[in-house]
Design a protein. Sequence first.
Length: 271
Amino acid sequence: MAFVEEQPEKNCWVCFATENDDHSAEWVSPCRCKGCTKWIHQSCLQRWLDEKQKGSDGGLGGVCCPQCGTRYCIIFPKISALVYFLQQVDRALSRASPVAAFGVLVGTAYWSAVTYGAVTVMQVVGHKKGLNMMERADPLFLLMGLPTIPVILVLGKMIRWEDFLVRLWLRFFYQRHGVRGYTPPVPATGDHLSVSRTLCGALVLPWISSLLGRLLFRRATSSLQQTILGGVAFVLLKGSLKVYLKHQEHVTQAERRILDYSDTSPDPSSS
């Protein structure tokens, strides 16, 4: 007498329903899994695939079983030539979009730099004289030279000459007063620690230089001389104040003292 091996009851590992719950459901065994994870509803697997792919590649990307790692064999219906063409165009646009966006940003930054350079020229040498200079200049020279004006200003702003003077002055100060022992490091000036502060400080320098030149150097023969003198005066005054501030802050840190603990000492956390 032959014994027929009893087939285990199908159990969907997504919704946990059995074949007795819905006799009309379509079942599939898409991987090498055995036991309770062998079977799954076709509809549940479709839903799980959609959640897994999250719409990537139009739902065409491959997916593997999370248990045994078997790659699911997914068959798609045949599509028309028009749909295939539209899919290729959509993928090409998706790949080209980041490059195009980067190009737009670079172009915007370039023309903004050109405009800023032109305004700076008119501000430094005078409106009419600046227009005449740019009208007589070679267009290629303007397209290449004007954008370098904000770049040079930003690069010049990044030169940390104030920090060098602070270290040089502190070395002379300690040698003169015979200071020994531990001394705290000299912190960098604040505008070199902030990108936005460096950028803003560099871009407003021509305007400040022109304003100070008109106020302090009225005897100068041209607007260019006034702007240069005003810029030099502003940079030196600002640098001197920074050196003085950093020196005082460093001396304050160097002269701090830590007291012995006692029951009557105030709690620093309560201050």
